[in-house]
Design a protein around this ligand. Sequence first.
Ligand SMILES: O=P(O)(O)OC[C@H]1O[C@](O)(COP(=O)(O)O)[C@@H](O)[C@@H]1O
Ligand SMILES: [Mg+2]
Ligand SMILES: [Mg+2]
Length: 319
Amino acid sequence: MKRLVPVLKQDGVDLDLIMLIRTILAASKEIAFRVSQGALAGVLGSTLDENIQGEVQKKLDVLSNQLLKDMLLDDDTVRAIASEEEDYVVGGHENGKYIVAFDPLDGSSNIDINGQIGTIFTIYNARNDVPFDSDEQFLQSGSEQVCAGYVLYGASTMLVMSTGGPTRCYTLDLTHGGYLLTQDEMSIPADSKEFAVNMANYRFWNNDVQKFFDDVLYASDEYNKASMRWNAAMVGDVHRVISRGGIFVYPSDSRKGIENGKIRLLYEANPLAMLVEKAGGLAVSNNQARILDIKPNTLHQRVPVIMGSTNLTKKLNFS
Ligand SMILES: O=P(O)(O)OC[C@H]1O[C@](O)(COP(=O)(O)O)[C@@H](O)[C@@H]1O
Ligand SMILES: [Mg+2]
Ligand SMILES: [Mg+2]
């Protein structure tokens, strides 16, 4: 089995970027260990604090954020970081050549029930024309990402990543502690009848979305073999989609605060959209707008999301 660094070198990845990826993965191994220890490591349960999005922070949200933050700010190629659990951008090294955004723990509602959780990360080239601790440098469209990935803390710890080439899958080998390549090029089948959506939100959706799922559920023969999955962790749902097809959907919603759904553009939608596209799938928002072309306005903005098997994704045209 090939190790991560030789694969990245073979892909022609810049040495500084390889070192930065290794920094992120070192933090992921520490998180994976704490996750596997669960209550023994005191990582279950909530804190009394809320993040800027009004979500009560779980202990593991805070711990994994701190681990990534400390390791990244120690790396002199990092100009700044942004995180779901940090209200504002945190400046690093002014001459750093990269910026990193991350969701330190995705699927927080699964932590206390031993469900699927993960870490999502994305790397961009730094913009030296703006202050090093400014939000502005993170308002780049997803097509500018130089690397996107997630680590899934499941039965095994898996890394799925692209540095602009194919979406590759690595598995953490606990015997020597490194990530080994276990799937060279992941490829999403164009057709599928498997969908992931929180159906309990049906009443809050607009007519287009309801019409589509009416078809899926009872109106159209085309879907009589459809099946639904919902992990309540985007990283887990999208891993299934990249592994065997299907779609992940989080539409706009009539409820206050989630008019644009729940998924954050910078550190959830963009990195996963890049991985889906590099695996031959499609990742769009309202009006089939390509997610990677959306120009972000704010650090924690949310976007409606549909991603996965191309032909099924094309069928959902939400306005
Ligand atoms: O509450 P719902 O509708 O099931 O939402 C689940 C969604 O929320 C998320 O958990 C949000 O991410 P965080 O856990 O990082 O806050 C997604 O991973 C998941 O797809
Ligand atoms: Mg998340
Ligand atoms: Mg999170």
